[in-house]
Ligand binder design. Structure first.
Ligand SMILES: Nc1ncnc2c1ncn2[C@@H]1O[C@H](COP(=O)(O)OP(=O)(O)OP(=O)(O)O)[C@@H](O)[C@H]1O
Ligand SMILES: [Mg+2]
Length: 352
């Protein structure tokens, strides 16, 4: 087990083109950290720098307090699990699990003990004689996890390990990796572009955009108090709605919207803001905001309703089955304590 400290990390593959910018993060011993962000934001690059597979342009990485910038990957005591499993096709599962240990010259007995222990934890004991091609995607991914576990590393790194699996298996493996973390209590750094994986798995989530940290916090913190519009729109599904408007006499004003924020003394007149409201915090058939129904999507347990308010397109998540006609006029109410405001000029949240 180990702490991982990333200090002002910068990375440029091409001179002067930074793909990771001033990345600063302290990861606690035994923590499950998720790096999440859109494609190309630098997630894999950060993971590969921690593993030692990629040179660091600037900054320092410490594992357990020890500077590792110049330590080769094999000496960092880190195990990495990739999206594409990377199993040896001609070896059976047992040999796939044992291979890395053999290279490191462990005794046959030690290898056997470690392989059996990992197989036991992952419940793959009955596949040990099988070749990867005889396994399902989920079973293969479990073997890939096993190969990391047998090494008993200080830190596990995961790079989108579930993205090749179908939706149902992904949910199952998500739970298994969480369980693995509870059992092993090893520090884990997990990369994904899937905000649901981030929300359900992370002790803390690091949200990245264009190589920069946009927010670090627990799943509930980033969900309830997004530090900027990007985080608000990235975390949560369907995404947070935004309406651009202006503050006047403590009220939020936009075409078709007039909300008294009861904050006359605190909000500057004329301030240009974006109002953020989550789809589940909008009630229908009450309040005084007029909207026109564009389309309804019944999901069984709840209904997604797309509406238009003035110029803004808004998505509502209604907690029961409702069928509304396209073009129908309805009224809406935003839950007042769930409204977020962001300053248009700075993208920072505004206290209400
Ligand atoms: N070997 C490389 N040489 C040059 N540029 C690279 C290299 N690897 C990555 N990049 C660039 O660095 C940026 C970050 O890439 P990275 O692979 O870290 O993103 P990512 O967040 O993992 O994306 P994805 O979700 O698609 O896997 C991208 O703009 C990418 O094009
Ligand atoms: Mg990647």
């Amino acid at each position: 087990m180990a702490t991982v400290r990333l200090q002002k990390i910068n990375k440029a593959y091409i001179k002067d083109q930074l793909v990771v910018k001033n990345f600063d993060l302290d990861i606690n011993d035994g923590e499950f950290i998720v790096l999440v962000g859109p494609s190309g934001c630098g997630k894999s690059t950060i993971l590969r720098m921690i593993a030692g597979l990629e040179e660091i342009t600037d900054g320092k990485i410490f594992i357990d307090g020890k500077l590792v910038n110049n330590l080769p990957p094999k000496d960092r005591d880190i195990a990495m699990v990739f999206q594409n499993y990377a199993l040896y096709p001609h070896m059976n599962v047992y040999k796939n699990l044992a291979f890395g240990l053999k290279l490191r010259k462990y005794s046959t007995q030690e290898i056997d003990e470690r392989v059996k222990r990992a197989a036991n934890i992952l419940e793959i004991g009955k596949y040990l004689e099988k070749k990867p091609k005889e396994l399902s995607g989920g079973e293969r991914q479990r073997v890939a996890l096993g190969r990391a576990i047998v090494r008993n590393p200080k830190v596990f790194l995961f790079d989108e390990p579930l993205s090749n699996l179908d939706a149902k298996l992904r949910v199952q493996m998500r739970a298994e990796i969480k369980k693995l973390h509870r059992e092993l209590r090893t520090t884990m750094i997990y990369v994904t572009h899937d905000q649901i994986e981030a929300m359900t798995m992370g002790d803390r989530i690091v949200i990245l955009k264009d190589g920069e940290i946009k927010q670090v916090g627990s799943p509930m913190e980033v969900y309830q108090r997004p530090a900027n519009k990007f985080v608000g729109s990235f975390i949560g599904s369907p995404a947070m709605n935004f309406i651009d408007g202006i503050i006047k006499n403590g009220e939020f004003i936009a075409p078709g919207v007039n909300i008294d924020l009861n904050a006359k003394d605190r909000l500057t007149d004329g301030l240009e803001v974006s109002l953020g409201i989550r789809p589940e915090n909008i009630a229908i058939n009450q309040g005084n905001i007029e909207a026109i129904v564009i389309v309804t999507e019944p999901l069984g347990s709840d209904t997604i309703i797309h509406v238009q308010i003035g110029k803004a397109s808004i998505v509502i998540k209604h907690p029961s089955l409702t069928i509304l006609q396209t073009g129908e006029k309805i009224t809406l109410q935003f839950e007042s304590d769930k409204i977020a405001l962001f300053d248009k000029a700075t993208d920072e949240p505004v206290d209400i």
